[in-house]
Write a protein that binds this ligand. Sequence first.
Ligand SMILES: [Zn+2]
Length: 151
Amino acid sequence: MSAPHSDNPVAGTSADDVQTVRRPLPLRPLCRTCGSENLARDAAARWDIAIQDWTITGLFDSTSCDDCGAESDDLAQWAPLQPGIGARVRILERPRVGGDRFRNREGTIVRTHFAGFYVRLDMTSRERTQKTELVETSHLEVLAPPYSCAG
Ligand SMILES: [Zn+2]
């Protein structure tokens, strides 16, 4: 795993730079039948003499749901986790006339909105008031949890 980007907000001079280093949202598997996240897969474990413990040596394709009992090789539906209140985020460049003045700014999510999240921006040395900006989820890079399961 590599993170070639810099945390310096002035690094990267084009929007393309920001897009290429974007970290994807973490995923979680949901039951295709009932939406539960209590999914399980069977695995084979063998005794490992060197570490003196059982280690998983094989994972079977079949997935089962603890809640509704469904079982299938294709039961898991992968859903991205959304950032939650308190998460640290970075604003990716948004299509704005004259450019996005908040591009690459970092902040903390303080409130949710149906179209995205309100981000309280970290103050720069030149700012005298704290700014809060509504940002669409697709233009946020999540830097640190928490994540929420909404959506
Ligand atoms: Zn289920």
